[in-house]
Design a protein around this ligand. Sequence first.
Ligand code: FE
Length: 147
Amino acid sequence: MDWREVIALAQGAPNPAPRRVEKSDEEWRAQLTPDQFAVARQAGTERPFSSQMCSLFQPGLYACACCGTELFDSSSKFESGTGWPSFGAPVADGVVGYHADNSHGMVRVEVTCNVCDAHLGHVFPDGPEPTGLRYCINALSLEKIAS
Ligand code: FE
């Protein structure tokens, strides 16, 4: 994945998900904490530096907090200084969805869980090599799991 591919996907290039999980808002509300629901299901943003996950670099996988799909690996995690967990790449093609986001007077690319449509955060073209991408992700949308 590189920025050119990100833009293509955000403009509607095919991006098939490995599977689909669809639940009602009531079902998500019953399963998630109120903070998780606000961020993952209502595209909220947690306060920066609000999670210890930012400075956590132990090996492991980061799964979607809603549906459990493995999204990111600790090997691509880096310290961005932004106050949000940051990754250089997802674990596989198709697990992350890309959407043009023109809210708040900015042109950004929103990233979602491509399996359950959970809001994850945004991706920016200022990350480290080799991808040059920075996936800026809300910790509330992720669950750290053992590798
Ligand atoms: Fe999900």
